[in-house]
Design a binder for this molecule. Structure first.
Ligand code: PMV
Length: 329
């Protein structure tokens, strides 16, 4: 065995307040809408990349097991870009571990590809500046571009002339002590992954063009509310972003419904909490879980309320965290 480059990186998932859903038909994996997220502390992906000139193919181990062909192909796609940029030809062994459930709507692809982009760049001497890592990660997973940075992070929609498109940090992690409480409503991987779900929405939903037209104005409201630390304004606009994203998916043919009964029960309860004066709002990604945002003083009350809802299996709490980095760095 002859290792020619090795690095280990850590990255965290992010939760979008202004949702990304749908790719441009031009360019390389460019988003059709602007998005804005908060990177989480506490939940982590740790990834080691080892380039080895005795390997005959890339290898991927996820959570201690050899990965399925689908995830391996996406990893090879990113490694191919690194090989093309550096003139290297070796294959790599990638060992990745999440300390939270994989592919269950908890944004595991965001932390996975941000960590992989960082580690593969560090192992080969490519730039590990956050904008370089962000652009490389985006080419495989758009939401991963945002996990290159910590705190509150924006990613604009792609334009035809875009050669590169990294995310942009808009406020650091200590800007606002928001809490996110993930109400886990199912175990195991989701039915329709986000890439597949988006493509189906773009191809068949008559509401997709309306979503694309409307998203920039919602994004602007969300951006302003984050900068102003205005939870009421943020909650109204972030809930609208999630609901309109899902409306476009639900209107696909056949309709794409990520929600289950417990998902809807959580949405209803969050609105009840808010009506009683508790600061709380929801967002939903491509899965049945609900992410509830609140402030530190209401965290215990919101958690207790969520745990009483039939179908909520458990909660995971997180706060804003940092960007991708070398392990130990
Ligand atoms: O980049 P992907 O394929 O992980 O897509 C993520 C899409 C959502 O999580 C539903 C929304 C978002 O902006 O993160």
């Amino acid at each position: 065995m002859s290792i020619t480059g090795r690095a280990t990186a850590v990255a965290h998932p992010n939760i979008a307040l202004a949702k990304y859903w749908g790719k441009r038909r031009f360019g390389h994996n460019l988003p059709a809408v602007p998005s804005l997220s908060v990177t989480l502390a506490g939940l982590s992906t740790l990834t080691t990349v080892e380039f080895d000139d005795t390997l005959t193919a890339d290898e991927l181990h996820l959570g201690g097991r050899p990965a399925a062909p689908g995830p391996l192909a996406r990893v090879t796609g990113l490694l191919d870009r690194v090989r093309a940029a550096t003139g290297r030809r070796e294959h790599a062994r990638v060992v990745s571990h999440n300390d939270f459930p994989t592919a269950a709507g908890l944004a595991s692809s965001a932390s996975a590809f941000a960590a992989l982009a960082f580690a593969a760049s560090a192992a080969t001497g490519l730039s590990t500046a956050p904008d370089a890592v962000s652009d490389l990660a985006r080419r495989t997973s758009v939401s991963a571009a945002r996990s290159a940075y910590g705190g509150f992070v924006a990613l604009r929609a792609g334009e035809p002339a875009d050669e590169v498109l990294p995310a942009t940090p808009i406020a650091p992690e200590d800007h606002w002590p928001l809490r996110v409480i993930i109400a886990v409503t199912a175990e195991g991987p989701k039915d329709v992954g986000s890439s597949e779900g988006m493509k189906h929405t773009v191809d068949t939903s008559p509401y997709f063009p309306a979503w694309v037209d409307d998203a920039p104005a919602l994004y602007a409201r969300i951006h302003a509310a984050v900068l102003a630390r205005d939870i009421a304004a943020l909650g109204a606009a972030a809930e609208a972003s999630a609901l309109r994203m899902h409306a476009s998916a639900i209107a696909a043919d056949p309709g794409l419904l990520y929600w289950t009964g417990p998902t809807v029960a959580v949405l209803t309860e969050v609105r009840r909490l808010r009506a009683r004066g508790t600061p709380a709002f929801f967002t939903i990604d491509a899965g049945p879980h609900v992410k509830v945002f609140t402030l530190p003083e209401a965290e215990a009350e919101v958690t207790a309320t969520l745990l009483q809802i039939p179908g909520v299996l458990r909660t995971i709490s997180a706060k804003p965290g940092g960007g991708a980095r070398l392990d130990g760095g």
